[in-house]
Ligand binder design. Structure first.
Ligand SMILES: C[S@@+](CC[C@H](N)C(=O)[O-])C[C@H]1O[C@@H](n2cnc3c(N)ncnc32)[C@H](O)[C@@H]1O
Length: 208
């Protein structure tokens, strides 16, 4: 079966319109339309984050799985989250055709629900608000030190500007690489400790 991006010009236009429209719907879980990262940028993302065998790369909104596949070609494991069933099918099919299905896993679900605790690298290519929304949702499971690479859109969450390792603008296309801030995890722990130390709520005392 041809992939959604190879079905001919008319089918591609219809697919593109559909993917844009559903992002504009109220209450949609889609935070970005499908728009694949150019191969040259994928190589740059993998070089900048130093992806190699032993790494686990998560692509939040993995589209047709091309980033996962490129990571798998370097011997890393790839885990993708994608809402569109056609793209999920394409991603799995490409991995199978490349003989790399043992290294590629694709979950058909909202990436906001992802547990990324085993990720060493996270790839993002969504939208300004999409990056922030998804990262905020997965932040609790994000290990400090995880490399996060975002193509085109910087991460606009508090503290992340200080976590920027590099901004690479080869070809005029920006790739931002971050190292997950330690601060957030410490703050979380402090918050947890504070709530444990908090005095018990006042008891309802009956007055005579
Ligand atoms: C710009 S494309 C990037 C595709 C791929 N990561 C790449 O770089 O080639 C964004 C993808 O995210 C998917 N997406 C948008 N919101 C999502 C969500 N909440 N959960 C999972 N996938 C989502 C879209 O369907 C689309 O395929």
């Amino acid at each position: 079966m041809p992939s959604v991006v190879d079905k001919g010009p008319l089918a591609s236009i219809i697919f593109e319109m559909r993917t844009w429209l559903r992002c504009m719907m109220p209450f949609t879980r889609y935070v970005a339309p499908f728009y694949p990262t150019p191969d040259s940028v994928i190589s740059r993302v993998l070089d900048l984050t130093g992806v190699r065998a032993g790494d686990v790369l998560y692509d939040l909104g993995c589209g047709d799985g091309r980033v996962l596949l490129a990571a798998a070609r370097r011997g890393a494991r790839g885990v993708g989250y994608e809402l569109d069933p056609e793209l999920v099918r394409d991603a799995l099919e490409s991995a199978r055709k490349a003989g790399l299905q043992h290294l590629v896993k694709v979950v058909k679900a909202d990436a906001a629900t992802a547990d990324v605790s085993d990720a060493s690298v996270i790839a993002l290519y969504l939208s300004d608000h999409g990056n922030s929304r998804l990262l905020k949702s997965v932040q609790a499971t994000l290990r400090p030190g995880t490399r996060v690479a975002s193509f085109y859109f910087p991460v606009a969450l508090p503290g992340w500007d200080r976590a920027l390792l590099t901004k690479d603008s080869a070809d005029g296309l920006n790739v931002y690489v971050y190292k997950t801030p330690e601060r957030d995890r410490r703050q979380e722990q402090q918050l947890g400790q504070r709530s444990q130390q908090a005095p018990p709520p006042p008891q309802n005392q009956s007055q005579q």
